[in-house]
Design a protein around this ligand. Structure first.
Ligand code: B4P
Length: 199
């Protein structure tokens, strides 16, 4: 099974993904985390991506597509994969569909977190104060929201048109409350039961 956790910056994709990973037995692949690790290691990819990310822009599709493709090719075909932060453009979505078709796989569900922009900005400014991430400045946050509206939001319609089940989930509330909704939505659209105790 291949799932996407989707939503605007700060909607909690990474936060919810680590819970989905454990409860549904999925391997979590976050393009944001991969890029931050490349930046931290000072690799050529990291040097190229770091400046772009700090400005709140999306790194080039070709770069991200190559990263994801190499990870997917290394993944056992029997492994359930949860993609987090990818695809973020229609071009990335089409590239993903081609990669998966080559591997005899497809996107099975999209869980989309819905959070109003003022709440997103507050969360990211709060994270800036706690973690000091280079792309959590007010200016970069505004740019990330703009990129989301301009280029990323359309990815949901791409998958709806392909007939992929898209579950929209209210992402406002505490993390456990949001996860209850996410878990319910994934169970509904996939018919898969969480594996953790007492569920
Ligand atoms: P990502 O790492 O994907 O970061 P994000 O969208 O900001 O965060 P996410 O939605 O995962 O929020 P989180 O759980 O952390 O991308 C970072 C950058 O990498 C992009 O801007 C781009 O430059 C680049 N990039 C990545 N993928 C790319 C791609 N495919 N193509 C091009 N460029 C790409 O939560 C945010 C905060 O809210 C946290 O502090 C968390 O603790 C808090 N929070 C979460 N849930 C909450 C809740 N329910 N209530 C209150 N706070 C909550």
């Amino acid at each position: 099974m291949i799932g996407l956790i989707f939503g605007p910056p700060g909607s909690g994709k990474g936060t919810q993904a680590s819970r989905i990973e454990h409860e549904f037995g999925m391997a979590h692949l976050s393009t944001g985390e991969i890029l931050r690790s490349e930046v931290a290691h000072g690799s050529p990819v990291g040097n190229e991506a770091g400046r772009i990310m700090a400005a709140g822009d999306l790194v080039p599709d070709e770069l991200i597509d190559r990263i994801v493709e190499s990870r997917l090719r290394r993944t056992d075909p029997a492994t359930n994969v949860l993609l987090d932060g990818f695809p973020r453009t229609i071009e990335q979505a089409k590239a993903l569909d081609r990669m998966l078709a080559d591997l005899g796989r497809k996107v099975d569900f999209v869980a989309a977190l819905d959070v109003p922009e003022p709440v997103l900005v507050d969360r990211l400014l709060h994270r800036a104060a706690v973690e000091g991430r280079s792309d959590d400045t007010r200016e970069a946050i505004m740019e990330r929201m703009h990129e989301y509206r301009l280029r990323t939001a359309a990815v949901l319609d791409h998958y709806r048109k392909l007939g992929v089940p898209v579950a929209e989930v209210n992402g406002v509330g505490d993390v456990d409350e949001v996860f209850d909704r996410v878990r319910g939505a994934i169970t509904r659209v996939t018919g898969t039961k969480p594996r953790a105790r007492g569920l």
